[in-house]
Design a protein around this ligand. Structure first.
Ligand SMILES: NC(=O)c1ccc[n+]([C@@H]2O[C@H](COP(=O)([O-])OP(=O)(O)OC[C@H]3O[C@@H](n4cnc5c(N)ncnc54)[C@H](OP(=O)(O)O)[C@@H]3O)[C@@H](O)[C@H]2O)c1
Length: 259
């Protein structure tokens, strides 16, 4: 039986970047929650994710999938339209998870300035910084409603300017710093236009996914979270978020991170 709010409306979560890693673990954790009626999972090619297919077979209509490529605004707009046409009136949790640090096309974090490639910088900014902002732009009508809603953008501690003592990783660091500024700016606008939305940047910790795998050698075992643990921790943080935390940059344990 569905658990619904007193007003009878469904409580709906959308996870963008849900094919694998932290996004996939968030989908799984949200599906298990009795206070979530439906989960919409988006990724570039959801039909190719065996994990999403398995979850769909286990959870039936509670999970739906949609294609969404954050580097194509038309794809984001189409996904928002499809969600609304599928009868979704209100989104209560929106997690922007898609992110890149390295890829098979030769993107890898720069160690020195000579490694910089403008095309790589452009791509990483399009995914990590512009992506979450454009998703917010197109999903705003579904986030703005009388119920509490969370817009959580997966950021990274290395995007903190104040915390940057090691250097390197120009593109990834700067794209996350830009994403953080977008999140903060959006939170201020939401404070005026969508007061029910709490908009936060979240650092998940170092999580054992494809993204971090090449860079895990110096991470102590206890500091390397599996995706399920990371998802549970992030959900705890957003569950505890108050309106005063709108526009904050928070770590997996709820602690604020300096910008
Ligand atoms: N893992 C960590 O230690 C760590 C630490 C700090 C922050 N984070 C952040 O946490 C988030 C999730 O990372 P993860 O570790 O789960 O990474 P991951 O396992 O590599 O997953 C990355 C996700 O991003 C999606 N993606 C990439 N480009 C996309 C695009 N153009 N449009 C839509 N989706 C796209 C991928 O989908 P496809 O299947 O379509 O490629 C995949 O679902 C990222 O924002 C990352 O920066 C991770």
């Amino acid at each position: 039986m569905k658990t619904q709010q007193k007003n009878g409306r469904e409580r709906i979560a959308l996870v963008q970047g849900a094919s694998r890693g932290i996004g996939l673990a968030l989908v799984e954790a949200l599906l298990a929650r009795p206070d979530v009626d439906r989960v919409v999972a988006t990724s570039r090619r959801p039909e190719e994710s065996a994990s999403l297919a398995r979850l769909k077979s286990e959870h039936g209509h509670k999970l739906s999938t949609l294609p969404l490529d954050v580097t194509e605004e038309s794809s984001i707009a189409q996904a928002a339209e499809d969600v609304a046409q599928n009868g979704v009136e209100r989104i209560h949790w929106l997690f922007n998870c898609a992110g890149v640090l390295h890829d098979e096309a030769g993107l890898s974090p720069e160690k020195k300035i000579e490694d910089l490639r403008p095309e790589a910088l452009e791509h990483i900014f399009r995914v990590n910084a512009f992506g979450p902002l454009l998703v917010a732009k197109h999903f705003l009508p579904l986030l703005r409603h009388p119920d509490r809603a969370i817009l959580a953008n997966l950021s990274a501690r290395v995007g903190s300017i104040e915390d940057n003592h090691l250097g390197g990783w120009y593109g990834y660091r700067a794209s996350k710093a830009a994403q953080n500024m977008f999140t903060r700016t959006l939170a201020i606008e939401f404070g005026r236009r969508a007061r029910n939305v709490i908009c936060v940047a979240l650092h998940p910790g170092t999580v054992d996914t494809n993204l971090s795998r090449p860079f895990q050698s110096n991470v102590p075992e206890a500091k390397l979270f599996d995706p399920q643990q990371a998802a549970a921790q992030l959900l705890r943080v957003v569950d505890d978020c108050t309106a005063e935390q709108n526009g904050c940059f928070l770590a997996w344990d709820g602690q604020p991170i300096p910008w």
